[in-house]
Write a protein of this length. Structure first.
Length: 428
């Protein structure tokens, strides 16, 4: 615990003489006897140190006792004038966030410039002085203000990360990849959540910009192209999981058309022709492109499109349940389900179970994302794997290069189908 001690002599209710707060580290070992305090002591700064706490008392409790004694013995002080009414001593716990470079310099008995050189590791410093500074930093529980230090050098050392939805497996994995990439660098990420809402996304980005971020990584999202172009003109910008015209060289994404096509083609090759597709949010770019891939695979295989086998979901479990319930209530027959992501596939699996439909003997099921839970479903679920974590790492590395004014070339991620027991061949 670090403490500040302040003494003052009051004359007619106003401070006549005194000295500033004194930083007293927890390693201090003694305190002068009360009889040593004289009015002259208040004319100059006096270094005080503390004795270790007595049995049953904390350092703070012992100091309070000392101050009470000083106050009660005020008559022992020779008044500076006949108007001297009282002497007081006050104690407060030092807030580490308010400790300054000057406090450290005083505690280490060095100059402020020496403290600055040690903390910023800019130029060599004598070993003894460095040791004294670091000891003072530890004793005072000093917490450097990295934002202020960075801004002084023209950078905040912060990278803003906006994600489409915290809790969504794909976006979370991408975010984890970004954080992993920045772990051993001087940069720190600050995250904001868009919660599938464009207005909230815009507010989140405004919040990040007010924090003076050095760069911005947007994962998913629905912000308009023109706004993104304006952002890119202000800050280094990277988009993950989205393709935007005019920013192609700053976009890292998988081909969602190909995902929809490959998943549907996989089911067709197993003999399925009546294939349900549970889409994601209707206007979402990923949903639209996966639906188009589904439609292309049907057309290529000369399978007629049945709009009643397509249900608009929301990338979540409840919409997967509702999709199956609705399609069954329509009296539609189907032998396979292609869900826009694993979460909606999990919901579909539950609905099929409730309706007594066996997976995969009666209906095959495939999702997208290959979440960690997919292999542990009953039965283990086939899913299209996206390299989400690697995409996050690649985005983090690319942002670091942009901040160093380097040219970047983003990779082109590919997907693969993790085939498990939720899909099976069917005889037509």
């Amino acid at each position: 615990m670090c403490l500040r001690i302040m003494f003052s002599v009051y004359l007619s209710g106003r401070i006549n003489a005194g000295f500033d707060w004194i930083a007293v580290p927890k390693s201090a070992i003694s305190i002068p006897p009360i009889k040593h305090f004289k009015p002259s002591d208040f004319q100059q700064e006096t270094k005080l140190t503390l004795k270790p706490a007595e049995a049953g008392k904390t350092v703070k409790q012992r100091l309070e006792t000392v101050f009470i004694n000083i106050h009660n013995k005020s008559s022992e002080f020779e008044p500076l004038s006949s108007k001297c009414t009282r002497t007081t001593a006050e104690i407060d716990v030092m807030d580490p966030k308010k400790i300054t470079i000057q406090d450290i310099a005083d505690c280490a008995n060095v100059s402020k410039s020496t403290v600055s050189r040690v903390l910023n590791n800019t130029t060599p410093v004598n070993d003894k002085k460095r040791e004294a500074v670091m000891r003072a930093v530890k004793d005072l529980d000093f917490e450097p203000n990295s934002l202020a230090s960075g801004l002084a050098g023209g950078n905040s050392m912060i990278i803003g990360v906006q994600t489409q939805k915290i809790g969504s497996p794909f976006y979370d994995l991408v975010t984890r990849g970004v954080i992993h990439c920045l772990t051993d660098t001087r940069y720190s990420p600050i995250l904001v959540d868009g919660v599938w809402n464009r207005e909230i996304e815009l507010k989140g980005i405004d919040t990040l910009l007010r924090r003076q971020i050095d760069g911005l990584i947007i994962i998913g999202g629905d912000i308009e192209k023109d706004h993104l172009l304006r952002l890119a003109a202000k800050k280094p910008l990277l988009l993950v999981g989205r393709e935007v015209e005019g920013l192609q060289d700053r976009c890292l994404y998988v081909d969602n058309f190909d995902i929809g096509y490959q998943a549907t083609k996989f089911l067709i090759e197993l003999g399925h022709r009546k294939i349900v597709h549970i889409t994601g949010i209707k206007a979402h770019q990923d949903s639209v492109r996966r639906l188009n891939g589904y439609l292309h695979a049907l057309k290529e295989a000369k399978i007629p499109y049945d709009e009643e086998l397509v249900y608009e979901g929301a990338f979540d479990g409840p919409s997967g349940v509702k999709a199956i319930d609705t399609i069954i209530s329509r009296g539609k027959q189907f032998t396979a389900v292609f869900a826009a992501n694993d979460m909606s596939a999990f919901g579909a699996r539950l609905a099929l179970y409730r309706h007594g439909i066996d997976v995969p003997n009666e209906v095959s099921l495939i999702g997208i994302d290959d979440q960690t839970e997919a292999p542990y479903m009953t039965p283990p679920m086939t899913s299209v794997r996206q390299p989400a974590f690697k995409m996050g790492v690649a985005a983090g590395n690319a942002m670091l290069d942009l901040l160093m004014n380097k040219e970047i070339e983003l990779p082109k991620p590919t997907v693969q189908i993790s085939v498990r027991e939720s899909t099976a061949k069917i005889d037509n």
